[in-house]
Design a protein around this ligand. Structure first.
Ligand code: ATP
Length: 216
């Protein structure tokens, strides 16, 4: 049975690090759709940033030619604080209890998972896939992760042995291609007038250039 994947992020802007792990996530777990979902702008963020609508548009432009990827604006439409637990619960309710559902996060996000609202319950809603990210190598996770994660979550991590394993409650480490690309570095490059070509899809760069939201 083909499954659904969810990949939330700030995507300010979306870059090839995001797109590549979304693609590898879809392949590894045999997902027929991965939903890329811009999360609401956290109030503490500041600086030259894109709006919710602009981040969503950049996601749309980035995935326009990929039928397996879809943009999902549900968190941008919701009033009040958005939590992943609510989003995953909503998706689980829509898909039904036995449909394969997986959610994707990068290794850096995974290492602070214990700060997410009702984080332990997230595992009851789907399979978690963790993508590799340069600078956050597995060998160091025990030293840098919060004690609750080291005790309760790290022992449960499995590498993927069979393509398409999406069991509820499992945590899978995806051996994704390490790409040291970050939105922070891209924003700085653009603000300084440097090129971000080949880090970000051309359509996204054109859009960012036209709207000039990464100026200092
Ligand atoms: P910023 O630099 O603004 O914090 P970011 O590049 O980390 O942004 P986000 O939109 O915050 O991008 O990331 C969304 C998700 O994608 C997170 O789970 C993050 O861990 C993951 N991610 C982002 N970039 C990469 C990358 N190059 N490799 C693997 N995972 C990534």
């Amino acid at each position: 049975m083909a499954g659904t994947g969810l990949f939330g992020g700030t995507f300010d802007p979306i870059h090839y690090g995001h797109l590549r792990i979304a693609e590898e996530f879809a392949d590894a777990l045999a997902l027929d759709q991965v939903r890329l979902m811009p999360t609401a702008n956290p109030p503490h963020r500041s600086g030259a940033l894109a709006s919710n609508a602009q981040r969503l548009e950049m996601v749309r432009l980035a995935i326009a030619d990929n039928p397996r990827l879809a943009a999902d604006d549900r968190e941008l439409r919701r009033d009040g604080t958005c939590y992943t637990i609510d989003t995953l619960s909503e998706m689980r309710a829509a898909l039904g209890p036995s449909a394969p559902l997986a959610w994707l996060i990068g290794a850096d996000s995974f290492l602070s998972l214990d700060r997410w609202h009702r984080w332990r319950e997230l595992f009851d809603l789907g399979c978690l896939a963790v993508a590799c990210r340069p600078g956050f190598e597995l060998a160091h996770w025990k030293e840098v992760a919060a004690p609750a994660l080291v005790k309760e979550v790290l022992p449960r991590i499995q590498t993927l042995s069979v393509t398409g394993q999406v069991e509820l409650g499992t945590i899978r480490l995806l051996p994704t291609t390490p790409l040291a690309i970050s939105s922070t570095a891209i924003r700085a490059q653009l603000a300084n007038g440097h090129s971000a070509r080949y880090l970000v899809p051309d359509a996204v760069l054109d859009y960012a250039g036209r709207h000039l939201f990464y100026r200092i």
